[in-house]
Design a protein around this ligand. Sequence first.
Ligand SMILES: Nc1ncnc2c1ncn2[C@@H]1O[C@H](COP(=O)(O)OP(=O)(O)O)[C@@H](O)[C@H]1O
Ligand SMILES: Cc1ncc(C[n+]2csc(CCOP(=O)(O)OP(=O)(O)O)c2C)c(N)n1
Ligand SMILES: [Mg+2]
Length: 288
Amino acid sequence: MNESAFIEALRLLPTHPAARGLADDCAVLDLGSETLILTHDMLVEGTHYLPEADMADVAWKLVATNLSDLAAKGAEPVGVLIGHMLGRDDERFVTGLAKVLAHYEVPLLGGDTVAGKGTRTHGLTAIGRATCTPVPARDGAQPGDTLWLVGEVGAAMLGFETLRDGTGADQAAYSRPHARVKEGQALAPLAHAMMDVSDGLLLDAFRMAEASEVTLAIDGAQVPVAAPERRLECLTWGDDYALLAALPQGTEPPCQATRIGTVEPRGFAPLFLDREPVLNAAGLGYSH
Ligand SMILES: Nc1ncnc2c1ncn2[C@@H]1O[C@H](COP(=O)(O)OP(=O)(O)O)[C@@H](O)[C@H]1O
Ligand SMILES: Cc1ncc(C[n+]2csc(CCOP(=O)(O)OP(=O)(O)O)c2C)c(N)n1
Ligand SMILES: [Mg+2]
């Protein structure tokens, strides 16, 4: 089974409304006076980070990638729980963890530690509090909206290549990505839909279009990319942790963001890239 088949199978199980049909970045749990935002993402050696990676970077990335999902819902981080598999350079992991938690001012709430023989795997549950309701979902984009991107895409790809091949590019976007927590909070009350871009802009935009039952039309030349001569790779490689938001027509984003397209009534294709229809998700981004 691949990732999407497994998640499809999970969607057939009875789920709580907070799970949002297992089709959003986070669970959104309304407790009456507060709304909790919950997410869990994992990193696996060899899949998400190179076997020789600095474990301080791995700790940073584990926290930042999860906080990025909270950011996409405009949540304020409340705390994290960490699933840790012991291995090489655990001290470096703790050093990086201290740094990233201090950077985002988010406390460690707990977790679990195990020894194991297989490939090293790290899990993190991030808990946040909604800063506005309704909490933006992937499925709210409406025809007439404009499409905005916070951040650029492709820098993580270049950073990965530096670490793998020594190309000399900056590696920070790959090793220590930035969760756009403040921008997410600023956009959430205005956005009809919002999600974080972890698997490649085109794949994540395709998912927003499918969830919202609209067509997204992206102007590739408008998208800020780290390597313009490799634009399509930048649009599809992933690991960028930008935010993608659909804002009502005429609404200016209250933070730095780039207008990259429009939301149209659902046509025969979920996505148009430079006026070319994109009919299925194959090749649009990263999937397990
Ligand atoms: N093993 C799992 N158990 C329960 N829910 C899952 C599992 N894997 C993925 N999901 C859910 O499927 C949806 C899509 O997951 P994913 O593509 O990983 O989202 P994201 O890119 O925001 O991390 C989310 O709602 C997530 O909570
Ligand atoms: C060593 C290594 N090889 C390849 C990649 C490329 N890569 C792996 S996972 C991924 C996308 C994000 O990971 P995922 O587990 O899908 O996160 P989620 O969408 O659930 O947040 C990318 C671009 C990488 N980051 N590191
Ligand atoms: Mg995930």
